[in-house]
Write a protein that binds this ligand. Structure first.
Ligand code: GRF
Length: 207
């Protein structure tokens, strides 16, 4: 199998706990990768503080005039920064914008996302709340490649959690996040080990 140290670029808008799980896995020696760059569309996002704490280059990416997507000049700047940093794998970690085809074309089958539900159920925002409101008895998280749809790309790893009767959106999200922090490093490890075989929209894990 062809193994390769991943050169990761992270896009995030929030607390960055998923990015932290990736950094922790690298430091623990369970993931052969380095985080080369962290970009956030939110100037004071905690993910930038975390990056600074680990001496990872990071920037605020001004995405105006767009509110919900990464497009236009910001998208071009994002691609430029990622390429300049030598990134070969882009991970969305709580990035609250739709990414457009130019970014996907710049990193073919190398843009990943983590979604806080078992896709294809509950795509879109606040997926844990959607699962709770729907009355689902299990939920979880999904690591998947990003395609041009919203949370529709091929699935690499999924983890389940129970939905409890006394759950609130916060308690359910917290339980899902515990699994996210296992699933993202695991998906990336499979990728770095060359074990993720994409067959159309189905993914086979080799070995
Ligand atoms: C996670 O629940 C992730 O699944 C979703 O946004 C949240 C980001 O959390 N896409 P964090 O910023 O990684 O802590």
């Amino acid at each position: 199998m062809k193994t390769a140290k991943l050169k990761i670029g992270v896009l995030g808008s929030g607390s960055g706990s998923n990015m932290q799980s990736v950094v922790d896995a690298i430091q623990a020696g369970t993931l052969d990768a380095e985080v080369r760059l962290v970009l956030s569309d939110v100037p004071d996002a905690k993910i930038l503080d975390r990056a600074r704490r680990h001496a990872i280059p990071c920037h605020w990416l001004d995405c105006a005039p767009f509110k919900t997507k990464l497009d236009g000049e910001a998208e071009q700047r994002c691609i430029q920064l990622l390429k300049h940093a030598g990134v070969d794998t882009v991970i969305l970690a709580g990035f609250m914008r739709i990414v457009k085809p130019a970014l996907l074309k710049a990193f073919p089958i190398r843009v990943l996302n983590i979604h806080p539900a078992l896709l294809p159920a509950f795509p879109g925002v606040a997926a844990w709340k959607q699962a709770l409101d729907y009355g689902a008895k299990v939920s979880g998280c999904t690591v998947h490649f990003v395609d041009e749809g919203t949370d529709t790309g091929p699935i690499i790893v999924q983890k389940c959690v129970p939905v409890k009767e006394d759950d609130t959106p916060e308690t359910l999200h917290a339980r899902i996040q515990v699994q996210e922090h296992i699933a993202y490093p695991e998906g990336l490890r499979l990728l770095s080990e060359g074990r993720v075989i994409v067959e159309g929209r189905r993914i086979r894990i080799q070995g």
